[in-house]
Write a protein that binds this ligand. Structure first.
Ligand SMILES: *[C@@H]1O[C@H](CO)[C@@H](O)[C@H](O)[C@H]1NC(C)=O
Ligand SMILES: *[C@@H]1O[C@H](CO)[C@@H](O)[C@H](O)[C@H]1NC(C)=O
Ligand SMILES: *[C@@H]1O[C@H](CO)[C@@H](O)[C@H](O)[C@H]1NC(C)=O
Ligand SMILES: *[C@@H]1O[C@H](CO)[C@@H](O)[C@H](O)[C@H]1NC(C)=O
Ligand SMILES: *[C@@H]1O[C@H](CO)[C@@H](O)[C@H](O)[C@H]1NC(C)=O
Ligand SMILES: *[C@@H]1O[C@H](CO)[C@@H](O)[C@H](O)[C@H]1NC(C)=O
Ligand SMILES: *[C@@H]1O[C@H](CO)[C@@H](O)[C@H](O)[C@H]1NC(C)=O
Ligand SMILES: *[C@@H]1O[C@H](CO)[C@@H](O)[C@H](O)[C@H]1NC(C)=O
Length: 452
């Protein structure tokens, strides 16, 4: 009874404090959306001759592709950086000091490593504030012996992996396979794949690995070598006598180029069968996500002058996190034209890389802006602002008008729900539609001539 009486006033005071607006001049912080890659993990699979079997990977529950304690630590630390920036006033007091379910939504892909990364991240943000004395036993977590003091569990949402075309960009999608096969017929890709540098490398790797290594499966080898060398340097030398650093660099260069092509980079305006390959790859891989991010912001803006019931959820929501993959982040960056700027010198985003979209509104004009921050790796801060690298945002400083993001969303929004679009036979539909349009053109011509 006593506990209850004490807790209520604390609870009220904290809600009031967190409701103060975060301002920078006339700009007001409205909402933050975070998209991150999971932390350090074990290899997802490996090559035929590899002597590092699954038995070597006992971390994080054991087996292929699991989040390791290093990965958990990386995400807890990212969560602590997010807490400093958005909770503790370095520089913003934007979110409540204690977990408030109305402010936060976390969605993960349905993979163990992304789910656990999200949980680890939330440990850093809200789940381990015993030192700060922020959370309250008996209110935020059970006041019992055995419960870690200060640990507040936070819900992580997901949807079945096969249905997740928002965040799992390499999900089964026949349309994407078709387009990628068309991409391989372009001069740009076929000349590269057929170059002696690439074919000779693939030939050598095929010999070493005991299975065919080609540009499509090269990433598996790249990943396995990188992780094995990190975890077992001594055995790695023994198990992989053919390995050299310069060979690994060649693998890295080729693999990064393949990934760039897969994301439509270097294929801008390349037409095959009337299809813009660079554009459609961006649409398939990143269009749904950019549209989702934009829609959240647009709804937030619309609700900022609407206190109706339909806006209650949106008006309270302040932080939306997507726990995903290097592929997710890179697809988004490729679409926004910042892949090369964000990820250097090459390759995919590193463990616990995180893009932050901050939404700001000028309270004098009501204009909405976004600011893009990129946390590159575990040792980075949250101060690397890359907004002005987005084509359309040049010269707008840290804050880019929302109209630019709307443009990207409009241009790259998929033609229909991905679940349906993935099953569309685009070759059939373009050839029928071109026959149809020639027929139409012919009839119009005929009408035109006969009416003369
Ligand atoms: C306020 O905005 C300016 C850019 O307009 C930026 O340089 C500064 O860091 C911002 N300050 C905070 C606390 O966000
Ligand atoms: C996740 O863990 C379960 C066992 O808990 C395992 O069966 C499953 O294969 C793992 N999934 C992934 C994607 O790692
Ligand atoms: C934490 O806060 C509670 C309630 O406000 C207070 O009773 C307690 O003494 C505080 N503990 C520390 C270590 O500051
Ligand atoms: C490149 O290789 C593919 C098979 O991988 C072949 O179909 C194509 O004709 C080759 N192109 C050139 C220009 O040699
Ligand atoms: C492949 O191996 C041969 C023979 O060792 C070597 O001469 C050649 O340079 C290697 N090719 C590449 C791309 O490393
Ligand atoms: C901004 O929005 C508020 C709330 O809807 C409205 O009262 C105000 O007139 C608007 N200001 C401008 C400059 O449009
Ligand atoms: C971060 O710093 C640690 C300690 O210096 C280092 O071991 C690690 O490799 C660094 N990570 C990255 C991604 O730079
Ligand atoms: C939107 O895109 C169109 C066509 O690509 C361009 O002309 C226009 O300037 C863009 N608008 C903004 C705000 O970026």
């Amino acid at each position: 009874m006593k506990l209850l009486i004490y807790s209520i006033p604390i609870f009220l005071v904290q809600l009031v404090v967190s409701n103060a607006d975060v301002m920078n001049g006339t700009m007001k912080l409205m909402m933050v959306q975070a998209i991150w890659r999971h932390g350090d993990r074990t290899p997802t699979e490996t090559y035929h001759n590899d002597q590092f079997t699954e038995n070597y990977w006992m971390f994080g529950g054991g087996g292929w592709g699991q989040l390791t304690p290093i990965g958990m630590r990386q995400h807890m630390q990212l969560g602590q950086k997010l807490r400093a920036r958005y909770v503790n006033g370095q520089p913003y007091k934007f979110l409540n000091t204690r977990y408030n379910q109305q402010e936060i939504f976390v969605r993960s892909t349905d993979k163990n490593r992304t789910l656990l990364s999200a949980f680890s991240n939330m440990v850093g943000m809200y789940g381990n504030t015993a030192q700060e004395n922020a959370s309250i036993a008996g209110v935020d977590y059970p006041d019992v012996v055995g419960w870690p003091v200060g640990f507040v569990p936070i819900p992580i949402h997901t949807i079945p992996d096969a249905e997740d075309h928002l965040l799992s960009v390499d999900n089964y999608c026949p349309l994407q396979d078709t387009i990628w096969n068309l991409a391989k017929t372009t001069d740009t890709v076929s000349n590269y794949f057929n170059s002696s540098a690439v074919t000779s490398l693939m030939g050598n790797l095929t010999n070493y690995c005991g299975e065919e290594i080609n540009p499509d499966n090269l990433w598996i080898l790249y990943n396995a070598l990188k992780i094995e060398k990190q975890y077992y340097p001594a055995q790695f030398k023994q198990f992989t006598p053919w390995y050299t650093d310069s060979l690994f660099e060649q693998i890295d260069i080729v693999n990064s180029q393949v990934q760039d092509f897969q994301n439509g980079l270097g294929l801008e305006g390349k037409m095959v069968n009337g299809i813009d390959i660079g554009k459609i790859l961006r649409k398939i891989r990143g269009g749904t996500l950019v549209n989702d991010i934009y829609n959240h912001m647009n709804r937030k803006t619309q609700c900022s002058s609407n206190n109706g019931k339909e806006c209650t959820y949106t008006n309270r929501l302040k932080f939306f996190a997507y726990s995903a993959h290097d592929t997710t982040l890179y697809a988004l960056f490729s679409l926004l034209g910042v892949a090369k700027l964000a990820v250097q010198p090459r390759g995919y985003p590193l463990y616990s890389a995180c893009a932050l979209f901050e939404q700001w509104q000028d309270v004098q004009t009501n204009q909405t802006y976004f600011k893009l921050i990129y946390h590159r790796h575990e040792n980075d801060t949250l101060s690397n602002v890359i907004t002005s690298g987005i084509p359309g945002c040049e010269g707008s400083g840290d804050y880019c008008p929302m109209a630019v993001l709307k443009n990207y969303s409009d241009v790259f929004k998929p033609e229909m729900e991905m679940n349906q679009w993935c099953d569309v036979n685009i070759l059939k539909s373009t050839s029928t539609s071109s026959i149809f349009s020639s027929l139409l053109a012919f009839s119009i011509f005929y009408l035109f001539v006969s009416s003369k």
